[in-house]
Design a protein around this ligand. Structure first.
Ligand SMILES: NC(=O)c1ccc[n+]([C@@H]2O[C@H](COP(=O)([O-])OP(=O)(O)OC[C@H]3O[C@@H](n4cnc5c(N)ncnc54)[C@H](O)[C@@H]3O)[C@@H](O)[C@H]2O)c1
Length: 370
């Protein structure tokens, strides 16, 4: 088992991320050794409950009783109503300030349950058990929690660090292929922005090789989480460096919005967004051609190629400018100066990104217009 220590000096808080295979019950047992309460509160969704119906009996410490809330599955339930359901559940079951909430699921469950934990009785402890590759390398670390509003994704939220995050790769065995690729986007992103060795580990490996090689999978997730952990430690509230985690997300956000969140999983949009951002960096003379080709070939090998509906310049600019990465001074765009070296470019104009996008379409890379 591998452990990452996260130290947040800003709020004098430390916690650990445990990573391994079949580690969940023993890690949970250790967590609750000195716990004085009799019950824990589990939040999960219907898909995970169907796949792991014996979760409570198998993984939770015997001496504890658990209360379980099963939410419907889907991003469309990442709402205030669902948070309200969690509050009702906690009140009905007489949870108190010392109660611990466990979030068992992907990023959606982690985000909603974490947000509920941040507000219930002004904040109770919670443990993250992320079950998608995306949540294991990304949303399970960093303390961002939240819900969607009809005006935009993740508009309402809070920073709430967990008591612990437990990454058990065994759960990935049931994860659908498409979700695995989407999570891989965030995993390899951490290699592109900060860890060339992580990229070297995975370059020339296909995803089936990664899935079936448990040691490689754990090492890759560990290194990827390390990158996120160190970035978050340095800049918990995203005042500066944390922005590098948005590599690939400017175009990614546009693709998801332009297609009404129906055509792309988030990670799929990020794969194309990273290809575009690497190409942009090469075009601007920051990234040399050889590195661009290596990055492009790797992303191309993931097999994500999409055709999107036509878009006008005005539509593009409107979407890009509602993104959180836009300010009056322009877009904060994340580019690369090498593999493992991200750089923040401020004050990039939406118009110049549009012009670049037209040229990117001409390369016929991963994106085409219908
Ligand atoms: N808080 C953060 O820092 C942060 C970072 C990135 C993304 N997010 C959020 O995370 C969410 C996306 O997370 P996600 O990609 O994990 O999606 P998700 O939680 O919707 O999970 C994807 C699908 O996989 C299913 N699933 C989960 N684990 C499974 C398993 N082990 N076996 C089989 N099926 C399983 C889920 O039920 C769901 O149908 C978005 O809402 C996004 O905004 C948050």
């Amino acid at each position: 088992m591998k452990t990452i220590h996260i130290d947040l000096p800003g709020n004098s808080y430390r916690y650990q991320v445990k990573i391994g295979s079949q580690i969940l019950s023993s890690v949970l047992k250790d967590n609750f050794l000195n716990y004085s309460e009799k019950r824990i509160f589990l939040v999960t969704n219907s898909t995970l409950h169907a796949l792991y119906p014996e979760f409570e009996q198998t993984f939770l410490p015997e001496k504890l009783e658990s209360e379980c809330l099963i939410l419907p599955d889907g991003e469309q339930y990442k709402t205030l109503e669902t948070v309200s359901r969690i509050f009702d559940f906690l009140v009905d079951k007489k949870a108190n300030r010392k109660s611990i909430l466990i979030a068992f699921g992907g990023g959606v469950i982690g985000d909603i349950a974490g947000f509920a934990a941040s507000a219930f009785m002004r904040g109770i402890a919670y443990i993250q058990i992320p079950t998608t590759l995306l949540s294991q390398v990304d949303s399970g670390i960093g303390g961002k929690t939240g819900i969607n509003h009809k005006a935009g994704k993740n508009l309402i939220g809070a920073f709430k660090q967990p008591l612990q995050t437990i990454v058990d790769v065994d759960f990935l065995k049931t994860l659908p292929e498409r979700e695995f690729i989407a999570g891989y986007a965030e995993l390899i992103k951490h290699g592109f922005i900060r860890d060339p060795y992580l990229f070297q580990l995975l370059n020339h490996k296909n995803l089936n090789e990664l899935k079936s090689d448990e040691e490689l999978l754990i090492e890759s997730i560990f290194r990827s989480c390390e990158v996120k952990a160190r970035v978050v430690e340095a800049d918990e509230k995203e005042t500066s460096q944390r922005a590098i985690l948005n590599f690939g997300h400017t175009l990614g956000h546009f693709l998801e919005t332009h297609t009404n969140y129906k055509q792309f999983l988030h990670g799929e949009a990020v794969i194309i967004g990273m290809d575009y951002a690497a190409w942009w960096s090469f075009q601007q003379g920051f990234l040399d051609e050889a590195d661009f080709r290596i990055i492009h070939d790797h992303l191309y090998s993931l097999g994500i190629m999409k055709t999107i509906p036509p878009v006008t310049r005005d539509e593009f600019i409107r979407i890009i400018e509602v993104d959180k990465k836009f300010s009056d001074e322009g877009i904060r765009f994340i580019g690369l100066t090498g593999i493992g070296k991200a750089r923040i470019f401020d004050r990039i104009s939406s118009e110049s990104l549009w012009d670049n996008l037209q040229a990117y379409f001409q390369t016929g890379a991963l994106l085409k217009l219908a």
